[in-house]
Write a protein that binds this ligand. Structure first.
Ligand code: NAD
Length: 368
């Protein structure tokens, strides 16, 4: 199944990536130098190792509220102590010529502030999902980066992952026929004490954290924007974890073509993340939104009931942090080539806008 031109461009832009042996290319004239902001799990365990394994970026500075953690990581990455910043003196990154861009791996409520301060300090921004907790914050982030003439990418790693791109090209080739319905779920049984359960920091519950994968995949795979949605949320476990955020949220969406989607997210159950598209000529399932082993299986080009059509079965190659190698090199390439990233600020804003509509709908449905 050939990739669409747009998907091919994404893969080609990240061509330094997975099968490195297959892309023998000269070392870039210079690498993009990143300050990693917030040294938690996604930053220290995934993005930093991914950048190190990649070809186009390097970690040259750290921003943290924990000096000891920062010093330890700095030693591992050969970063001078003079390039360790706190949240208070973060704006001084402006004066560090060894920083081109920041990677923001902070709790959701801090994404807007640290993106805007980075742009004002003259740095490009790769910000984790969800982009921010409100539409107004997303708009302010986009405006700040535009004003500073700096790039803004939201870290939708699945949009750069080869198996997911293959799925998208199958959907868009028409081999599934008309997409009639989509189902998707993503979630996990959350431990108490996480900042993810604090509304002020997280902006909401599992929808903001992991439901966003289902939402984004529906939009990304179909290339359509929902025209209507409705949501229901609930708390079943009254054990203190869900005093501030929802435990479960399910929503339905309708797309302009008539495709209907039904999605669920939960912090109360370990839902194996997946998305399944049902078309008039077949079906496609992507199992997993995780860091590796995304599994694509599909039945294509079937006619009516009983026709088996063709089967496709593909497993993502590469293990963690391969997706972060792709993500980091992709954004670096955008910066080096002055091309706007596909997963843009506007893309992040669209998801946040829809998630806010889902919370409004769930609140209305609770009162009804
Ligand atoms: P984490 O709790 O492991 O790390 C958060 C970091 O922020 C820590 O270093 C912590 O010290 C720092 N921090 C600063 N102020 C804080 C505060 N007031 N409360 C709590 N921590 C504070 O979280 P994480 O899992 O690394 O998530 C960070 C961001 O990355 C979130 O936006 C999350 O949605 C996103 N994320 C993305 C993916 C992905 O696959 N793209 C996966 C996991 C997380």
């Amino acid at each position: 199944m050939p990739l669409s031109r747009r998907d091919f461009a994404r893969l080609a832009a990240a061509a330094t990536i997975l099968p490195r042996a297959a892309f023998s290319q000269a070392a870039p004239a210079r690498k993009v130098r990143y300050a990693a902001v917030g040294l938690g799990r996604i930053t220290a365990d995934h993005f930093m190792p991914g950048t190190k394994q990649g070809s186009l970026g390097e970690i040259t500075a750290l921003v943290s509220g924990h000096p000891e953690k920062a010093k330890k990581l700095a030693a591992q990455y050969g970063i001078p102590e003079s390039s360790i910043y706190s949240y208070e003196n973060y704006d001084q990154i402006r004066d560090n010529p060894n920083i081109d861009a920041v990677y923001i791996g902070l709790p959701n409520s801090m994404h807007a502030e640290y993106t805007i301060r980075a742009a004002q300090a003259g740095k490009h921004v790769l910000c984790e999902k969800p982009m921010a907790n409100t539409v107004a914050e997303c708009e302010a982030m986009i405006a700040a980066c535009k004003q500073a003439d700096k790039m803004l990418m939201i870290a939708y790693r699945c949009q750069l992952e080869a198996t997911t791109l293959r799925a998208r090209s199958i959907v868009q080739s028409g081999a599934l026929g008309k997409i009639q319905a989509i189902e998707s779920a993503n979630g996990f049984n959350i431990a108490p004490g996480e900042w993810r359960l604090n509304r002020a920091l997280a902006g909401g519950g599992p929808l903001m954290d992991v439901g966003i994968y289902s939402l984004n995949a529906c939009r990304f795979l179909t290339g359509e924007e929902p025209v209507a949605l409705s949501a229901y949320s609930s708390v079943i476990d009254h054990d203190g974890r869900f005093d501030q955020v929802e435990e479960n949220l399910s929503w339905t969406m309708q797309f302009p073509s008539g495709t209907v989607a039904s999605c669920t997210t939960s912090y109360g159950a370990n839902l194996d993340g997946y998305i399944r598209l049902h078309g008039s000529k077949g079906s496609l399932t992507l199992n997993g939104f995780g860091y590796s082993s995304i599994h694509l299986s599909a039945h294509l080009n079937g006619k009516f009931h009983g026709d088996p059509g063709e089967n496709i079965d593909v497993l993502e190659q590469g293990s963690d942090p391969a997706q972060f190698v792709v993500e980091s090199d992709y954004f670096s390439k955008c910066i080096l080539n002055h091309t706007q990233p596909g997963p843009s600020g506007e893309e992040g804003l669209r998801d946040v806008t829809l998630m806010m509509q889902m919370y409004e709908s769930a609140a209305r449905n609770r009162q009804a």
